[in-house]
Design a binder for this molecule. Sequence first.
Ligand code: FEO
Ligand code: CA
Ligand code: CA
Ligand code: CA
Length: 554
Amino acid sequence: MSQFKLPIWDRRKFLDFLGKGAIVAGAGPVVAGIASCDSSAKMSRPEVVASPANKEFPFKVFGPSREDNLILAEGLNYDMLARWGDKINEKETFGFNCDFTHFVPLEGKEDEALLWVNHEYTSQLFVSEYVADGSKKTREQVEKEMKSVGGSFIKIKRKSGSNQWTMVPNDPLNRRLDGLTEIPIISERPVAGETTAMGTFANCSGGFTPWGNILTCEENYDGFYGERDYSQDDPKAKSIEGILGWSQYYDKSPEHYGWVVEINPLTGEAKKLTGIGRCAHECAIVSEAADGRCVVYTGDDAADEHFYKFISDEPGNLHKGKLYVANLEQGKWLSLNYDEQPALREAFKDQTEILIRAREAAKIVGATPLDRPEDIEIDPNTQAVLVACTNNVLNGNYFGHIMKLVEKDNDPLSLEFTSEIFLAGGEELGFACPDNLAFDKTGNLWFTSDISGSAIGIDPYIPFGNNSLFVVPRTGEMAGKPIRVASAPVDAELTGPCFSPDGRSLFLSVQHPGEGSLSRDGLTSNWPDGGNSIPKPSVVVIHGPALDALVEMG
Ligand code: FEO
Ligand code: CA
Ligand code: CA
Ligand code: CA
């Protein structure tokens, strides 16, 4: 297989990308504090691999690690906020495999907030303790797994005068949505004959609306109740069966999953939005147009799948609108609307069917296949849309890249755009497989990496060590060069980076530590509790003088 050719990273190009609106950094202090963490005394930081004489940016580069720990750059500490299994109230516990986090400020409360956390998928080994030895999984085991996915709202409180946040158990706002929650479907007509779905799962990344609701995205839904084979005459025929055996007790339609789900954080009221289409949604990022309508960008995280945008019909809700898909060669958003595409009228019976089978519709109109589009962020300074494309081994793109898309006239309603690759993974920049993106208060780009657990430490991923969190300075000597800020425990992926509004606390999920363990006697990770303990996906809060210095640079 030939190596996919990516443009060589170019520093000037990155600075151009950052644009004229780039923030001018003041001279910040070089922070050389000692990092500590709340749960382990064995943390050590690998040798510095480069020491840029950088007096502006308060993070020093550190090298890749294979250590089973959450290692942070100098000048940063972390506190444990919530682990899988923690009680959030009398009846519910914090779910498994945390991903997207979103900070919801509470009116009039400076030191209190709500945090939403996605719980992407479950584990038979750790959650239900089901052993695949030919025995039937019990209903109790299935329901344990169902309750471990979806998402959690947890009330959090900051110790006055500090950046130390803790969960407030039993707060009335604490609640779970999981694989058993009844959720209405917002659609022109019933989906698979129904107007309500049971449960949300595969909740990977997400976004939020201008009116303060959460968007949580159902990504690899086909592992749960499978996927239908629409090429067959039999309407029940499946192309994929669920792998968890949930259908033995709950026979649900695959069409009820693979949507963007909107949730009101104060009431927990949820709805599945079909207008944004059905696929392996990584995230859903909203931009408000000048007339108040909303544009939602979303990627389908699978090899050779597509990048979409939805334009709402009216301001204030995402119930109805038009869906488009990107053709990068033409620089055009192609309509996926029944009334506008004769080819789609031939293939599908109505708009609802197009939305349910968005992947097929996208291919019919000529969408560009992409290298697994994952998280998206809109640059707060330039309005450029950044899309992390994690990799596409089928195309020989092993290390992934971050793509930049600029709408014509910077208007999110435009149906024309330009795009380019501006940050390419590989040894030159020291990262591979970008996934979650975030901008900090001063406009620096942060991103996490997601080298799959089975590939970490194996050629060609040996130079990158465990998955990590990076920051890309916007200005100064290190502008455009990713700096590793955190290194994950064994088998884990760092997900869902989210800053508090003051920029001094960074919420971060540590997902699937020890996922490669074959049994409870052969654990590959004991994070976060150490010793012989089982690993627990958790959310931590990172803070410290380096982050404070970054805020003060702005
Ligand atoms: Fe769940 Fe695309 O990462
Ligand atoms: Ca992801
Ligand atoms: Ca993000
Ligand atoms: Ca990923």
